[in-house]
Design a protein around this ligand. Structure first.
Ligand SMILES: Nc1ncnc2c1ncn2[C@@H]1O[C@H](COP(=O)(O)OP(=O)(O)OP(=O)(O)O)[C@@H](O)[C@H]1O
Ligand SMILES: O=C(O)c1ccc[n+]([C@@H]2O[C@H](COP(=O)([O-])O)[C@@H](O)[C@H]2O)c1
Length: 217
């Protein structure tokens, strides 16, 4: 296991429209498995592969702040919210690398659904030169890639060694054993539109913010 001097930095990008327990709980378990001291949540401004979020950037940022308040595992990075262009992860990671150098171990956290579509991301081949991928399980999504070529790519990069994640700067994919949370922001937005309660799906302060600002209804 990595020890307390570990240097692995972990970023967790998303649209977070709104942030929910399906984002937070698996990542808390992942952090224990991989010995992450912090996870930096990074809301995007212009999600590359989906319609523009319903809540604006400031509202989504505030919901993240409310969700992680008092939880020392999580931090927030709003760099993507400063850009008006699509929030391509490869560009964000290149910007970060220019700041932290090439040697610092760096990971990007995704859910299993994101891993399955990763090869459609902008300049996806470059991603693993910049970071590791830490993957949380998500109910309803296959643990195998869609094509033999994609599976080969996964097999080539997959590691089960936490030590490797902490000692190498980038290049590995770690499939974590995380608890399954059958929650999506889409389902939450739909429930709120139908005036159904969602209080069991997201932190109370976020639920209260959504109520106060009449979001998603
Ligand atoms: N329930 C979940 N379990 C594991 N990972 C999740 C879960 N929900 C979201 N993620 C991951 O969190 C990251 C950000 O996801 P995102 O903000 O798009 O949430 P979402 O619930 O999938 O949203 P939407 O329903 O609007 O598409 C992605 O990498 C996604 O795979
Ligand atoms: O770079 C890309 O092409 C790309 C395509 C899809 C998603 N992403 C990033 O992946 C993260 C999760 O995205 P999403 O749409 O599931 O919220 C978020 O940080 C996005 O900016 C990045």
């Amino acid at each position: 296991m990595a020890n307390s001097t570990s240097r692995l930095c972990a970023l967790y990008g998303g649209t977070f429209d709104p942030i929910h327990y399906g984002h937070l709980k698996p990542v808390e378990a992942l952090a224990k498995q991989v010995a992450l001291q912090h996870v930096t949540i990074m809301p995007n401004n212009v999600p590359p592969h989906r319609p523009q979020p319903l809540a604006n950037s400031q509202q989504r940022k505030t919901m993240v702040e409310l969700a992680i308040s008092g939880n020392s595992l999580f931090k927030l990075d709003d760099r993507e919210l400063q850009r008006e262009t699509p929030s391509y992860t490869v560009e964000t990671l290149e910007q970060l690398r220019a700041e932290i150098g090439t040697e610092q171990p760096l990971a990007f956290i995704v859910g299993q659904d994101s891993l399955l579509s990763l090869q459609r991301w902008h300049r996806w081949e470059t991603l693993l030169t910049l970071c590791h991928l830490l993957v949380c399980q998500r109910p309803g999504y296959s643990l195998s890639m869609k094509t033999p070529e994609e599976q080969q790519w996964l097999d080539k990069h997959q590691t089960t060694s936490v030590e490797q994640l902490h000692s190498q700067p980038a290049g590995k994919i770690f499939l974590a054993q995380t608890p399954l949370y059958d929650i999506s922001a889409t389902a939450i937005r739909q429930r709120l539109e139908q005036h159904q309660p969602c209080d069991d799906l997201l932190p109370p302060a976020v639920a209260e913010f959504i109520r106060q600002h009449h979001l998603y209804c």
